[in-house]
Design a protein around this ligand. Sequence first.
Ligand SMILES: NC(=O)c1ccc[n+]([C@@H]2O[C@H](COP(=O)([O-])OP(=O)(O)OC[C@H]3O[C@@H](n4cnc5c(N)ncnc54)[C@H](OP(=O)(O)O)[C@@H]3O)[C@@H](O)[C@H]2O)c1
Length: 272
Amino acid sequence: MKGITVGFIGAGMMAEALIGGALKMELLPAGKIVASDVNPARRSHLAQKYGVRVTGNNRDVVAWADLVVLAVKPQHASGVLAEIGPALAPEKTVLSIMAGVSTAAIESYLSPGVPVVRAMPNTPCLVGAGVSAVARGRWAGDEHAELAAALLKATGHVVRVDEGQMDAVTGLSGSGPAYVFTVIEALADGGVAEGLPRPVALELAAHTVLGAAKLLLESGDHPAVLRERVTSPAGTTAEGLLVLEDRGVRSAFARAVREAARRSKALGEGTA
Ligand SMILES: NC(=O)c1ccc[n+]([C@@H]2O[C@H](COP(=O)([O-])OP(=O)(O)OC[C@H]3O[C@@H](n4cnc5c(N)ncnc54)[C@H](OP(=O)(O)O)[C@@H]3O)[C@@H](O)[C@H]2O)c1
C-alpha cells in the first residue's frame, strides 16, 4: 500500500481495528491515515493512540484519501453518501464495510466510474483474527479489490466472492462467531457438569476451538480426515460423536447458516 493515503468515514470500533492492524503490520505510516467522526471523543482517542490525522468533516477525508473506507453504521449510509458522493471521483477507491448495503445502493450516490468494493468483516477482526469477504461493485476492477483486500488483511484473512454471495457470507462468517460462542459455552457446560471449575472449562473449550481451527488451516487436511484421526475404535470420541449425530448437530449448524443468510437477504430487500 506504499504511497496510498487511506481515509475512514466513521472512526468507531471497526475503523480502529483496521487502523491499529494497518499500523502494526506497517502497511502504511500514521501520517497516511485520516479519520472523520461526528464524535469528538472518538477523534481525540484515535489521534492520541495512533497519531493519525482526524477531522470532523467527512469531505476532508474524501479530498485527501485515495482509499475511502465507509465505516459508519448502515443507518447512516444515505446521509453520509449524500454528503460525500458528489466529491468522489473515479480516481478514488471506495471500500464499504457497512453490513447489508449493496454496491448498487452506494453507486447510486456516486458519479459513474467510481470504483466501489464491499466487504463483510466479522467481529474477530477486532483482535486481528477475523475473516472478511470482498466483492467488487460495477466499476471496480481487480486492482481496487486488491487494494481493499490489502487493508483488510490487517485484521485477518480475506476471501474474494461475488456480491450475490454476500448473504451467504453473512450467514456463515458474519453470524458464525455467535454460533461458535454457543458451542464454546456448551462445551464448557459439559465440563462443569463433569466437575471442572467454570473458568478452567471455558479455557479448555475456547482453546480447543482455536486449536482445532489452526490445525485444520495449517495442515490443509479435510475436517473429516482430522476427525477420523482422533476417533479411535471403541474410544471416547466415537461415543461423543454418536451423540452429536443423534441430536442432528451437523444439520442444525448448516440450517443456522441458511436461515441467517435468508434473513440477510430479506433485510437487504426490505421484506423482513
Ligand atoms: N463491529 C463489527 O464486528 C462489524 C462486522 C461487520 C461489519 N461491520 C460494519 O462496520 C461498520 C462500522 O461498525 P462499528 O462497529 O465500527 O460501528 P461504530 O463503532 O458505531 O462506529 C461508527 C462511528 O461512526 C460515527 N458516525 C455516525 N454518523 C457519522 C457521520 N455522519 N459521519 C462520520 N461519522 C459518523 C459514529 O458516531 P456515533 O456513535 O456518535 O453515532 C461512530 O463513532 C457498520 O456499518 C457495520 O455494519 C461491523
